[in-house]
Design a protein around this ligand. Structure first.
Ligand SMILES: *Cc1c(COP(=O)(O)O)cnc(C)c1O
Length: 462
């Protein structure tokens, strides 16, 4: 049969709508939704035929396809996934999970009116930043604080408000690209500042900064090289030296810290990541950091430091454009409260909790998951591997961990990975040495049964 003739066998939308199966759907859903789904299904049939296939054109089969298409469109596009990658702060998977207290705070903020910008003392307009100012002062000893949409916005806002039309002096070793489109030189330009690079990629001396100072200098900028390290023959200027220079020059000293670590990490090797407190103690005037990296809270950019400078930043019109939402503020306040008791921070904040999980606990969990998979007649083994903190933090520190290597006879690691990624919920692992691995560091133990069930549906029940 000619292809044109075969295509003519596909029923028209109107005709399909008259059938009993589909008129039943119209009773349940708005007509446009059913019609859109029918069009999508019919287009699929045409594509099939053009590929020389012969799809089932019976009315019940078509009605079933339309019903499934409506269901598929009803599912949320943003959905929960199971993170077996071992990357704790995984930007593509949403970075940090919130603590229970932070989740509760978000729900409260979302479901009732609040004193977001209302002073209960005076009965007048208040400030949305008052809610986190006190706790940040307590934790960090800063004069004041401000929160914006994310750290990229924080850096842009600080540069724009404090040094527009002037030079920002930065070491050549710190011209970071974070990923996506965030590059320090571009952000400086976007902020209306002129980039004044000093030093060399591996070595920058105090005299390099000194020689760059001029009437044009707007500020000194230090950028934490969060996602890479320059190693070998290197030299950087200390924060205190830069502070002294900025005082002499009469310009502000700004630091973009990236990660926002508030507590020292106890593990060997992780203890080198600088904390916000250390920067403030060294005299940095304004520090910016992310809310959802090592801090373990919601996406946000936190700006802390000198009141005179933060007042200028708050008054800048760009500030309003990068304003933070009430749910974010609620989650951030609750997250910060955990840090009042350091032990509580490590117990309650999922990101910190995962970083400090002991190796023997990880091993026990891997053994448990392995056993569950074997009981479901899969072949699985535990292997020692490395996790990553992620989010551009601690780039060269690999955390020893335990993974489960899952194999299915006749399937490559890539095929296995693809099928589990298409599961519901999707299970995201990683492939190493041709093995599909699930790193238990980023899995919750409650997710083990879901993994086994999904693996069963993907590989056994076919
Ligand atoms: C991650 C990072 C940023 C960007 O922070 P976001 O919160 O992702 O906007 C900026 N600077 C540094 C040094 C970073 O590590």
């Amino acid at each position: 049969m000619e292809i044109q003739e075969r295509l003519r066998q596909i029923p028209k939308v109107d005709v399909l709508l008259q059938t009993a199966e589909l008129s039943a759907l119209i009773a349940e859903h708005p007509r446009e939704i059913v019609v859109d789904a029918i069009r999508a299904v019919l287009q699929g049939l045409r594509d099939e035929m053009l590929r020389q296939n012969s799809p089932d054109l019976s009315r019940p089969a078509l009605a079933e396809q339309v019903r499934r298409e409506i269901e598929r469109r009803q599912g949320h596009h943003l959905k929960r996934v199971i993170n077996g990658t071992g990357i704790i702060v995984h930007t593509n998977l949403g970075r940090s999970n919130l603590s229970q207290a932070a989740i509760d705070a978000v729900i409260k903020a979302a479901s009732a009116y609040s004193n977001l910008e209302y002073s209960l003392e005076t009965g007048r307009r208040g400030s949305r930043y008052s809610h986190i100012e006190g706790i940040l002062q307590e934790l960090l000893g800063c004069e004041t604080a401000l929160v914006v949409n994310n750290n990229a916005a924080a850096v842009l806002l600080v540069l724009t408000a404090l040094a527009q039309g002037k030079e920002a002096i930065v070491s050549r070793g710190e011209l970071v690209e974070i990923g996506g489109s965030f590059r320090i030189p571009d952000v400086i330009q976007q902020g209306g500042c002129i980039l004044r690079e000093v030093g060399a990629t591996n070595r920058t001396h105090l005299r390099d900064y000194e020689q760059a100072l001029s009437e044009q200098t707007g500020l000194l900028l230090r950028v934490h090289t969060s996602n890479y390290r320059v190693v070998g023959f290197t030299k950087t200027v200390t924060l205190s030296e830069l502070k002294a220079l900025s005082v002499k020059a009469g310009v502000p000293f700004i630091e973009d810290m990236g990660s926002g670590l508030l507590v020292k990490l106890p593990q060997q090797g992780l203890d080198e990541e600088p904390t916000v407190q250390e920067s403030l103690a060294a005299g940095v005037d304004v520090v910016t950091f992310s809310g959802d990296k090592l801090l373990g809270g919601p996406q946000a950019g936190v700006i802390v430091g000198k009141r005179t400078l933060l007042d200028r930043i708050k008054a800048h019109p760009l500030h309003r454009a990068v304003r933070v939402d009430k749910m974010t503020l609620a989650a951030l306040e609750a997250t910060l409260m955990h840090y009042r008791y350091e032990r509580e921070a490590f117990q309650q904040i999922p990101t910190l909790q995962k970083i400090v999980l002991p190796l023997d606990v990880l091993r026990q969990r891997a053994e448990r998951l392995c056993e569950l998979l074997r009981q479901a007649s899969f072949s699985a083994e535990i292997v020692q591997e490395f996790s990553q903190v992620g989010g551009g933090a601690l780039p060269i520190q690999n955390l020893p961990t335990w993974c489960v290597a899952l194999t299915v006879a006749g399937l490559s690691a890539n095929e296995l990975e693809l099928r589990l990624r298409m599961a519901s919920p999707p299970i995201i692992g990683r492939i190493a040495n041709e093995y599909f691995l699930l790193d238990v560091r980023t899995l919750e133990t409650q997710e083990f049964s879901m993994i086994v069930e999904q693996a069963r549906m993907c590989f056994l029940e076919q």
